[in-house]
Design a protein around this ligand. Structure first.
Ligand code: SF4
Ligand code: SF4
Length: 81
């Protein structure tokens, strides 16, 4: 999964781009639900939130380091839900 760092300026550009509805406004900055973020695997070739973020504050989450196969499996679980 990816994560949003505290550089986020709360511009609200990213939630609508996420195919997994993984992004929401948190108490201070926007947040990514790691259970729903597939790094866009299954939907797009590149993370859509990263593509629209004006301040480049979305990075790999070291606490949720996943392989392509794991991300694909998460995508399939979300599709089946
Ligand atoms: Fe959503 Fe894709 Fe960003 Fe993950 S990488 S939060 S799935 S837009
Ligand atoms: Fe924050 Fe970037 Fe999302 Fe804007 S696009 S809300 S700056 S993470």
């Amino acid at each position: 999964a990816l994560k949003i760092t505290d550089v986020c300026i709360n511009c609200d550009a990213c939630p609508a781009e996420c195919p997994n509805e993984a992004i929401s406004a948190g108490d201070i900055i926007y947040e990514i639900d790691p259970a729903r973020c597939t790094e866009c695997v299954g939907h797009y070739d590149e993370p859509q939130c990263v593509a629209v973020c004006p301040v480049e504050c979305i990075v790999k989450d070291p606490a949720h380091d996943e392989s392509q196969a794991e991300l694909q499996a998460k995508y399939e679980r979300l599709q089946a839900a």
